[in-house]
Design a protein around this ligand. Structure first.
Ligand code: 9MR
Length: 455
């Protein structure tokens, strides 16, 4: 969990500098939308080929004012906390989706899309993961990504696969965390596992204090460029945009430089410090997104000021009584005023499945997700007519292929014929039941069917 001082420190950073010229603000306060334009944020964004979303909390879903605004105005939803690691996997390999499902099911039943937030983050980890390190933590993290993304497969528009992994300040480097200490490749391992688990979801990297061209956003830019050049699956970058009273002059240019790398960009957690420039900043962010064809949507981090993590900043579009603020009207006006439609986006290819062999006490089948120079393999181990206690899956790798990471199994080597043995928590498989493990590698994934033996 993040402590309060960290939150405060972040806010100070995110909100500095706070001085603004207010002259422009008065001219930006919005007019009522024209009759032909969209009359809600979601409808107007949809006319521009984009979504307009809100972060919501399962605990507020019994509040009818809150739900009425959500249902009327938004066509995308993010769970504010309910999909974080501590919520979805409170004990290792024991998953809990109740609160997240309430949000997802509500959204899908009303035709809203869902942003998944977030698979891996240094904060809001369950206690058991906070106490882990090294390969045990890496395996647990990749298992988490695989299980959660598999559970929600087909339901998530975009996943924040990794959240806030870069350091603040001038280094442009990674933030220290238990995940970072498992090795610098933890982010790409997470993206590969997420792609294998849900090939239809857009996979995003998400961060804050990245709202202009600065050392931190440039560090992320360099990571995305590297990922694209090596075929690591990344589709989008989220810009949280927890903003102060000024709009960064290079905000749009920053979005555009990422889009030029070949990824979508999304405004993922927008909220803005109260004051005379608030409506102007909301409108400026909206205009910047509309001006970048690969900016596919905007999410505000809450609905009413009283719902916000920013407390007395009154940082949202509805006031504490549920009335639309000037910021709401300026945002809608900016949406109605313009912007093109983003280009059609491509859906990654479906995975190929190698049929399992027959006979024996267990069988194994591989689902491969391959790209030029690499692959992720998810392996399903199924017990036969009797329960098993321990299994080994033998996989023949093509020449030149090397395993670079394994989760939920122990690998005997990295090339040639590799034996993958169960780990503590997945050796026991009931009659006819299945468990899964995975590995990733460089080169070409296995094409020959694996064999499974008991023990
Ligand atoms: O809004 C969230 C708040 O309710 C939680 O207490 C907090 C815990 O860290 O997380 C808040 O959401 C954060 C988001 O998940 C990631 N970016 C920063 C957001 C505000 O802190």
């Amino acid at each position: 969990m993040k402590d309060r001082s960290t939150t405060r420190a972040r806010l100070r950073l995110a909100l500095a500098p706070l001085l603004a010229t207010c002259a422009a603000a008065a001219t930006m306060v919005a007019m009522a939308p024209s009759a032909s334009a969209g009359t809600t944020l979601g409808a107007s964004a949809a006319e521009k080929g984009r979504y307009f979303g809100a972060a919501i909390a399962a605990g507020r879903m019994s509040d009818s004012q809150y739900m009425n605004i959500l249902n009327a105005e938004f066509n995308s939803v993010t769970a504010e906390n309910e999909m974080k690691w501590a919520s979805t996997e409170p004990q290792q390999n024991v998953f809990s989706y109740g609160s997240a499902d309430r949000i997802v099911n509500h959204a899908l039943s009303r035709g809203m899309s869902v942003r998944g937030h977030t698979l891996l983050w240094h904060a809001q980890q369950p206690g058991w993961a906070q106490g882990m390190s090294g390969s045990a933590l890496r395996n647990a993290a990749i298992n988490h990504v695989t299980k959660v993304a598999t559970y929600y497969r087909g339901k998530i528009h975009s996943w924040d696969v990794v959240n806030e992994a870069f350091a603040d300040g001038g280094s442009g480097g990674r933030r220290d965390s238990n995940l970072q200490r498992t090795g610098n490749d933890w982010i790409e391992a997470a993206f590969r596992a997420a792609r294998a688990a849900d090939p239809g979801a857009k996979l995003c990297y998400n961060d804050y204090n990245t709202d202009g061209i600065n050392a931190k956003s440039t560090g992320i830019y360099n990571m995305v460029r590297d990922f694209k050049s090596r075929g690591v699956p990344i589709d989008c970058v989220g810009f949280q945009s927890h903003l102060g009273t000024t709009f960064p002059g290079d905000y749009q240019a920053n979005l555009q430089r990422f889009a030029d790398l070949g990824v979508d960009v999304q405004i993922t957690e927008l909220d803005v410090m109260k004051g005379s420039n608030q409506a102007n900043v909301f409108a400026s962010v909206t205009r910047a997104c509309l001006a970048v064809s690969r900016c596919t949507g905007i999410t505000v981090w809450g609905i009413r000021d009283s719902d916000s993590w920013r407390g007395s900043d009154d940082a949202l579009l509805w006031d504490r009584s549920g009335n639309k603020k000037q910021a709401y009207h300026s945002t809608l006006e900016a949406l109605n005023a313009g912007g093109g439609t983003p280009p059609p986006t491509t859906t990654p290819p479906p995975p190929t499945t190698t049929p399992p062999p027959s006979g024996g006490g267990c069988t194994a089948s591989v689902t491969l997700n391959s790209w030029s120079g690499g692959f992720v393999a998810n392996v399903k181990v199924t017990a036969g007519s009797a329960a098993i206690n321990g299994w080994t899956v033998r996989v023949a790798l093509p020449g030149g292929t090397a395993v670079t990471g394994t989760w939920s199994a122990q690998a005997s080597g990295a090339s040639g014929t590799v034996n993958f043995r169960n780990v503590d928590y997945n050796g026991q498989v009931g009659a006819g039941a299945s468990t899964e493990f995975g590995f990733q590698g460089t080169g070409v994934g296995p094409s020959a069917a694996p064999t499974c033996t008991v023990g």
